[in-house]
Structure formats: structure tokens, C-alpha cells
Write a protein that binds this ligand. Structure first.
Ligand code: SF4
Length: 379
């Protein structure tokens, strides 16, 4: 069932810049998702998506008028931050089937273009190709990134767990098409489905095919299963297609608050991903050349530190940089005004200070680049 509602606001400002999407602003033009992926955590009660998830979709019918007001600099006392405007994520896909009719995503992209922002799109649907004309204009003017979410590149597995989306083979073709048009593409390798798409063989095939298609980065994550609607729905499908795995799942999903798997399982899939990503030398975050010139100084430092933190932890190392990134995101004053006082700020130690000073001075971090490009075999 499709339900139209009037929204009060569309643009959602994040508390701090998001280092996955390099974005401070996101939007949900729809609520609910007819792609109906079996593992979708939008089904979990905590997100309060009303109705039958996978069938019922709420359309924010006045979204474009509101977004136009929200993006208009003449209506703002304080200018918006420079960053990518994020389309997708949350409990919907911007290119789910209803978009054929309403074209809200297309119209929103047109506004993003007219108001001069970069765009970062995440989808599982090849419908994004319909808007290649606008995406190219955004890319030429300010830059656009299109990321595809894939659990694997196996069409048969996808047909079971992602019944409403084009098969991975079509998504790979879309990556090739966009790349040929000069658009940067990435892969969100998530969620990997335990014992089905998380094995070294399947993950390697996925990464190899996505790299061949032209992706420039991979963002990886495992799967959550929250108690209640999400877990019940998933377990039913698992029982039908992979009855032997039920016991294995019971061992790794012990019912924690966020639906996360055990630490041991989490560490093991991260290790599998790390080994393959390292062999393919593929960046595991959006590379800095796609954002250094966009962000203000503090956001640039916060994003780079956050990404360094992730890359060190993926290598099994401890890192103080994630907390420092959080601390910096709370500071309004430009960091270059504070350069002599950095080490006295709680949460910023000597190693972080050195990274920050280099970024402030050059807009780059050699340490970050080594990690991102797998340059130092010891790292
Ligand atoms: S496309 Fe994304 S939001 Fe839609 S059902 Fe699948 S996982 Fe959920």
C-alpha cells in the first residue's frame, strides 16, 4: 500500500560529519522499502516503520517544495556546510520501484545540482541510471559519487535475500556504465550474510568482480539481526533455504541490544575482508582526493582521523584517533587557530597532533595515504 504524507522537514543534519559518506546532511524521501531485502534492519521495531515492511511505503509528497526551501542559501542565517548531500540509506532506498512514478529522487538531485552541492548516492537499484544526466551535471560542477550496496555478486543468493532488487550482475553493469561516464563508484559490501556471503571464496569473488567493474572504494560491514520482526523474518527464510545454518546463527546472534554478532565472529569476518582488500589494494573508505577540497578544515581533520582509526582497527591495532575525531567535531574554532594548543586538548595525544598539524598545513596526511593505499607492508 502506498500512503502519501506531508513532511515538515526533509534535510536531516547529522550531529557530526559522517566519514562513510563525507556528509553532514541526509534525506529520506520515502519511508519503508519495497525492495524487501530479507536481512533489512528497517524491519526492526526500533525504526518504527508502520505497516507491512516490504509492501507498505510512505511517500513524502511535499518533499521537493520543502527541500527547495531548505537548500536555498537566501533563507539561511548560517550557511550550510560544504560536504556531500547524502541520498539513500536509512529505512528506504531512494531508487525503489515507487520512484518510477513519483520521481522524488530525480527532482531532489536536480535541486542539489541547482544549489551547487556535491551528491553521494547509495542504492541497490539500477534505476539510478535513469538520472545519469543530472548526476553527470553534478559531477562536472561539484562531484558525485554513486555507491552500490551488494551482499555478494552471486545472482542466485541475491534472489533469495534481495527479492525486490536487480540482480548483482546488473548492478555491476551499472557500475561499468557510470564509471565510463566519469562518475566515481564505490561498493558498500554490506551486509555480508554469515556463512553464505561472508566466506573467503564468496567475498573474494565479490571484491574481484566489483574491482573489475570499476569501483574506487569498498565500505564493509557484517549483518545485524535485532530481536523481533527482523530476526523472525530472516530466520524463516533461512530455515527454508539453509536449514543447516540455524544452529550456527544461534551461536553468533545472542540477542544483544543492537543485534550485532559475537565479537569473535565480527573479528573473523573483518580479518577475511582485510586480507582480500589488502591483496586487491582497494581503499576501504572514500579516498581523500574525493573530498579534501570540499570540506572545511575541522571537518577534513575529523573525517581523516575517523578513517585512520577504522583502518588501524581493521589491521587489529589500537587507535586513539577515533576519539580525537569526536573531540574535534565538537570544536567550532578553526583548528589552525589552535595549532599551538592542540596537545592540551583532552583526547588529542602526540601522534594525533602530528597528523592534525600536517593536514592543517598541507590538506593531506601521508600516514592516512599510506594506510588507504596499502603502501606500507608493515601497516
Ligand atoms: S534496499 Fe536497503 S532499505 Fe531497501 S529493503 Fe533492501 S536493505 Fe532495506
Amino acid at each position: 500500500m502506498i500512503r502519501e504524507v506531508e513532511a515538515k522537514s526533509i534535510l536531516r543534519k547529522h550531529k557530526r560529519i559522517d566519514s562513510w559518506f563525507i556528509s553532514c546532511y541526509g534525506m529520506n524521501l520515502y519511508r519503508g522499502c519495497a525492495h524487501n531485502c530479507v536481512y533489512c534492519d528497517g524491519r526492526a521495531e526500533t525504526y518504527q516503520v508502520n505497516g507491512e515492511f516490504g509492501t507498505d511505503v510512505t511517500v513524502k509528497s511535499n518533499a521537493i517544495g520543502i527541500l527547495k526551501r531548505e537548500l536555498d542559501p537566501k533563507r539561511k542565517r548560517k550557511p550550510m556546510k560544504r560536504c556531500y548531500i547524502m541520498m539513500g540509506g536509512g529505512v528506504n532506498d531512494s531508487y525503489q520501484p515507487i520512484e518510477h512514478k513519483y520521481e522524488l529522487t530525480r527532482q531532489a538531485l536536480q535541486l542539489v545540482y541547482e544549489f551547487g552541492f556535491p551528491a553521494s548516492i547509495l542504492t541497490k537499484s539500477t534505476l539510478v541510471l535513469r538520472d545519469i544526466d543530472i548526476i553527470k551535471k553534478i559531477n562536472k560542477q561539484n562531484r558525485a559519487i554513486v555507491s552500490f550496496s551488494l551482499s555478494s555478486t552471486d545472482d542466485e543468493i541475491s534472489a533469495i535475500f534481495e527479492p525486490g532488487v536487480p540482480p548483482p550482475s546488473k548492478r555491476l553493469e551499472a557500475i561499468k556504465t557510470l564509471t565510463a561516464e566519469g562518475i566515481t563508484c564505490g561498493m558498500f559490501l554490506m551486509p555480508t550474510i554469515p556463512y553464505i556471503t561472508d566466506t573467503a571464496e564468496v567475498m573474494e569473488q565479490t571484491i574481484s568482480q566489483a574491482c573489475n567493474a570499476g569501483i574506487k572504494f569498498i565500505i564493509f560491514s557484517g549483518m545485524t539481526l535485532k530481536e523481533g520482526r527482523q530476526k523472525d523474518y530472516f530466520s524463516n527464510v533461512l530455515r527454508q533455504h539453509y536449514p543447516d545454518l540455524a544452529e550456527e546463527y544461534r551461536k553468533i546472534y545472542m540477542g544483544n541490544q543492537w543485534g550485532g554478532p559475537t565479537q569473535q565472529y565480527h573479528d573473523s569476518i573483518n580479518k577475511t575482508f582485510f586480507d582480500i582488500a589488502k591483496r586487491y589494494k582497494i581503499p576501504v573508505r572514500i579516498p581523500s582526493y574525493l573530498y579534501t577540497d570540499l570540506l572545511d578544515e575541522n571537518d577534513l581533520v575529523a573525517v581523516m582521523l575517523d578513517q585512520i582509526d577504522y583502518m588501524l582497527k581493521l589491521r587489529g591495532q589500537k587507535s586513539p584517533h577515533g576519539y580525537a575525531s569526536y573531540v574535534i567535531s565538537k570544536i567550532d574554532q578553526p583548528l589552525s587557530d589552535l595549532r599551538t594548543e592542540l596537545s592540551s586538548i583532552r583526547g588529542i595525544g602526540k601522534s594525533t597532533e602530528m597528523v592534525i598539524l600536517e593536514i592543517i598545513k598541507t590538506g593531506r596526511s601521508s600516514y592516512y595515504e599510506k594506510l588507504l593505499n596499502w603502501q606500507n607492508p608493515k601497516l
